[in-house]
Design a protein around this ligand. Sequence first.
Ligand SMILES: [Zn+2]
Length: 342
Amino acid sequence: MSPRIDPTPAFFHPDQLAFKPTYEWAFGERIDHPETTARAESILAALRDLPGIDLREPGEMPLQAIAALHDPELLTLYQRAAALEPEETLYPHVFPKIQRGKGDPNNLHMAGAWCFDAGTPLTRNTWTAAAWSAACARSAAQAVLEGESPMAYALSRPPGHHAQADLFGGYCYFNNAAIAAEVLRPHGKVAILDIDFHHGNGTQSLFYDADDVFVLSVHGDPTEFFPFHCGYADERGEGKGEGFNLNLTLPAGTRGGEYLHLLKQVVLEALHGFGPAFLVLSAGFDGYEKDPVGAFQLTTDDFESIGGVLAELDLPTVVVQEGGYYTPDLGANAGALLTGLR
Ligand SMILES: [Zn+2]
């Protein structure tokens, strides 16, 4: 007889599909936007097929939690963008080196002061989708905290790990993983492990001076890959947070064996040394071998193995969806990770 496994709560709100970025500027080219609603639909289909998943909507937009984490001007900017015309897409086009303050967040011409790249648009639905995406992370953390299940999954789309307190970018608007961590933090130390192909610069910045939240990120070499300006090994935290930030980079073409070796030899050891009460897993799947954005060679089986390795930690775990842009297999990859974790 197999042991009974509690259903895993999974959170998604249909209004997250209202945000439909169509194009972005990548290296000066106008390309189809990779962060599509089809990503969420691929994962939803996989979750419905996966046994033991309790898929539901998050209770409410966590406006207080968002405001506690992010600059109020950023919220004003998104709310102003909510008045854009239905067909309008706003890309910031001036990125000032700040000398006189950021300016007026009600003036969308100044939006570049709150943005760090040319890939992350504002539309009238950005605010709603991003707030519900954050709600998924908060509800998943609450479900774990309340002991409902040892693991919960937030289908957070748009993703969050690049969002800083006062900056959006990297397709991210609110830092969903940080919102989950803030729910757990009063109840014990939190480790945030980011396995997205890209460095989680936003998450790093939000906890850089904290000693009760350890941020670890395994990612593609930032000398070659977004976000370029951070994600290096010498970024170890500051003040009392020194030593509680760990960046591990891997070269393009990294395969499952090398990835799992790093996870077992370095990440697990660092996590054991820290002794967290909770794990927040920033789960990006753009390290997948077919992903058009990332450049590792991970397979669907590798994601299940990654989940299996992390399950050895035996920690209450909140899985927060980040990137992953090969839509046909995104759901299978997310399902494989959850299966490994369970
Ligand atoms: Zn990514």
